[in-house]
Design a protein around this ligand. Structure first.
Ligand code: FES
Length: 116
């Protein structure tokens, strides 16, 4: 029973591209916002370092309504956010550092104009 409950936990994430195209995907709890995008063919995130917070090509803008729930970037992430190809904004995050949880079901993410 508990196992079945766990398997159902698939928070939805809506990705909005720079050109306005939208795609919503469901991904298991614990998956990063970056991995959920790559697994589902969402464009706009390169993730060259594979999620190690050392490339900044998974830069995204978290929708204002979700910034608080996502929390602030960690120290390493904060440093790496200085290296983004597109403008860094107050709601900038590295998508590999945002882990999906039940609380983030419905999360809205915007991808920047460019990652390189
Ligand atoms: S995938 Fe490289 S910093 Fe996120």
């Amino acid at each position: 029973m508990e196992q079945a409950t766990r398997e159902r936990r698939m928070p939805a994430v809506k990705y909005i591209q720079f050109d306005g195209a939208e795609q919503t995907v469901d991904a298991p709890v614990g998956t990063s916002v970056m991995q959920a995008a790559l697994t589902n063919g969402v464009p706009g995130i390169l993730a060259e370092c594979g999620g190690a917070a050392s490339c900044a090509t998974c830069h995204v803008y978290v929708d204002e309504a979700w910034v608080e729930r996502c929390g602030p970037p960690g120290d390493d992430e904060n440093d790496m956010l200085e290296c983004t190809a597109s403008e860094r904004r107050p709601n900038s995050r590295l998508s590999c550092q945002i882990e999906l949880s039940d609380e983030l079901d419905g999360l809205i993410i915007r991808t920047p104009e460019t990652q390189s």
